[in-house]
Design a protein around this ligand. Structure first.
Ligand code: SD4
Length: 319
């Protein structure tokens, strides 16, 4: 196995298909991850990443992203950045810094401006409509504002055996201003070490961070666990721990890849999907199920994929 890419959710499939072209040409994992995540960030109908991402409770889009190089262990991350087009590229650039490589809010924006990153209003009319709708529902029906969230988290392995991880998200819909989740936090939203493998998470950041879940998966793989066993163990251990000590666990879903190109996934929810491509496997979206701490998955059907596209583009209705 020479190269591979895996990412959370269906939304990453076009990105990893494009990114894998670069890997096939012998390009680096970092370029593949940046290219792939930028595609997710730029697509206006993915409402939890980049342009079109859902706003915070003040109707401001605040974005988190991270990039990690599995050879050098360099990390770049940003939290709560507003109105820059491609958070993943800013995070990648920050990973070149010896100091000050994790910046938040106005500091991250100053850095992005000074380094020539493109400024764009990231709030779309559609995201604003979702906001108005949710605000009304929250007031009228008492719904929890914290619903709807999906981070793109990705791991790539290139032909030089280099591994890279990247994440990008608008975080929780209706989050407090300044709230940062797990996605830009090393060990929680992502971790990668080319000597072992990498992992990335999606779900409720507040709970994913309680278990440093991505680091835990890489640690288990280093101990000899197959990626699938490592993913299942990390998710079910954290799920059980949170349930025992706090009465419940939030959504926890992960993808991981080792440096041999073998992957694993795990989830404690219904409906988790992931996208994968390897030298031996064409780009595929899988739907996951979890029973008694074991995750299984099967390829999404054509009907499912069509219904997905229809759903994400359908008009927002107010009842
Ligand atoms: C966060 N983990 O900000 C992110 C959101 C997410 O699927 O991944 N949702 O907490």
């Amino acid at each position: 196995m020479k190269w591979a890419m895996i990412a959370t959710w269906r939304m990453a499939i076009d990105g990893i298909t494009e990114g894998s072209q670069l890997l096939k040409e012998g390009k680096r994992a970092g370029e593949a991850v940046e290219t792939a995540i930028k595609m997710v960030e730029d697509y206006p109908f993915y409402k939890s990443v980049g342009y079109g991402g859902l706003p915070n409770e003040n109707c401001e889009v605040e974005l988190d992203a991270a990039y990690m190089d599995g050879d050098t262990l360099s990390i770049g991350a940003i939290g709560g950045i507003r109105d820059f087009k491609n958070p993943i590229s800013i995070a990648k650039k920050l990973s070149e810094e010896r100091f000050n490589c994790f910046l938040v809010g106005t500091g991250a924006e100053d850095y992005a401006r000074k380094n020539g990153f493109e400024r764009v209003n990231m709030l779309t009319d559609r995201a604003k409509q979702y906001y108005e709708k949710r605000k009304r529902e929250t007031i009228e029906k008492g719904l929890s504002p914290y619903a709807g969230h999906d981070t793109v988290g990705m791991i790539a392995l290139d032909c030089n055996k280099k591994m890279v991880a990247g994440t990008s998200t608008s975080g929780l819909f209706m989050k407090r201003r300044g709230r940062v989740g797990d996605s830009p936090v090393s060990g929680s939203g992502f971790y990668v070490d080319s000597e072992v493998g990498g992992a990335s998470a999606t779900g409720l950041g507040e709970d994913l961070m309680k278990g440093c879940i991505s680091y835990e998966i890489v640690r288990l793989m280093r101990e000899g666990y197959h990626p699938q066993e490592a993913a299942d163990k990390a998710v079910s251990d954290l799920n059980d721990k949170l349930t025992k000590r706090r009465g419940k666990s939030g959504d926890l879903s992960v993808v991981c890849l080792n440096n041999k190109g073998k992957f694993g996934v795990a989830t404690n929810i219904e409906g988790f999907t992931f996208s994968v491509i390897t030298e031996e496997q064409k780009p595929t979206v899988y739907l996951c199920e979890n029973e008694n701490g074991k995750t299984t998955y099967e390829p999404a059907s054509e009907e499912w994929l069509e219904a997905y596209l229809k759903r994400i583009k359908s008009p927002i209705t107010f009842d």
